[in-house]
Write a protein that binds this ligand. Sequence first.
Ligand code: GDP
Length: 367
Amino acid sequence: MSKKICIGCGIELQSDYPEKNGYLPVTKLEEKGEHYCQRCFKIKNYGKYMPVRLTRDDYRKVVQEEMANSQLAIAVFDIIDFEGSFDDEILDVLREKDSIVVINKLDLIPDEKHPSEVANWVKIRLAEEGIAPLDIAIVSSKNGYGINGIFKKIKHFYPNGVEALVLGVTNVGKSSIVNRLLGLKKVTVSKYPGTTLKSVRNQIPHTKITLVDTPGLIPEGRISDLVCENCNLKMVPANEISRKTFKVSKGRALIIGELLWFKVLNEDDIKPIFSLYAAKDVTFHETNEERLEELLKTDRGDLLTPPCEDCIHDYRKLEKTKHKVIVKTGEELVFKGLGWISVKRGPLNIEITAPRKAGVIIRDAFI
Ligand code: GDP
């Protein structure tokens, strides 16, 4: 019997090992037509989470194999977690290959930000990484904004057709964009990271453009990857992003979920003003420095979440480090996979306690 492939995630189907990837009961596998593996079927129909069993090395191998055949890279980034969407593997491809960079989830950005402003900001940020794409497309795969623009850009640079490798870390919306471009709902889109297991090849109908959707890499440094799947879901903003403005003084502390916290070190006469942005299910709690330790020792899941009660104990065991940082007016402090702080009146002088693996960086203001 010839090999059958899952049309959702691209993995080879098998009916021998229910606990392995690509499983489908033999009766279903023998049916004619297109098939989804059991995992994609459950994600698609019941929104059920089925963990991925491919390692980061496996992901990497698939991407590297496909690289040789394609002339163009289409790299997808999440505008809400821009630095969290960076991965050295992907940035290296972009430094070498012609690319079109797609910035997704524009619908989550406040209305006053024009897409051309977003594009300029992205261009500068990418240049700092040594990347000069052929073009940048600002889109929302959720509402369809800008999707046709990606198609036009590909056609402009490759009028005779091209095989384009679609790259991106988990959860940036790669599969949603590929589906939009193909004009159908085929590749498995899920709120759970790592849904596409192998590369999935599809020709855009009535064109000579082939899209090769690669599995998502799990990048370094994303705090959302240090919690359980349910908390991960809560930390990826879906409909709106919440913002809260603080005016704080020395002696105060702020706890974000129970994911990380910081003490304000500014001298008494300066009260910095800053806004904190994150998914709406992430709590922000301001307290006194003396109360901080005590609060963190008690289980206050109602006040400090995520992590949830299922993953808090593992999260607390993660090695933590302290960093002192000074963020100036007009700068933003980014917590990869969580959110960012935009300093309105600075400097903001703080001591952060966060997991050692958490990516924390300062950038020029985006919002
Ligand atoms: P992939 O892992 O990169 O293939 O990402 P998916 O296409 O599976 O999408 C990951 C999550 O982001 C899902 O919850 C999507 O519904 C959501 N998502 C994708 N595109 C958008 C978008 O343009 N706007 C918003 N708000 N959410 C999006």
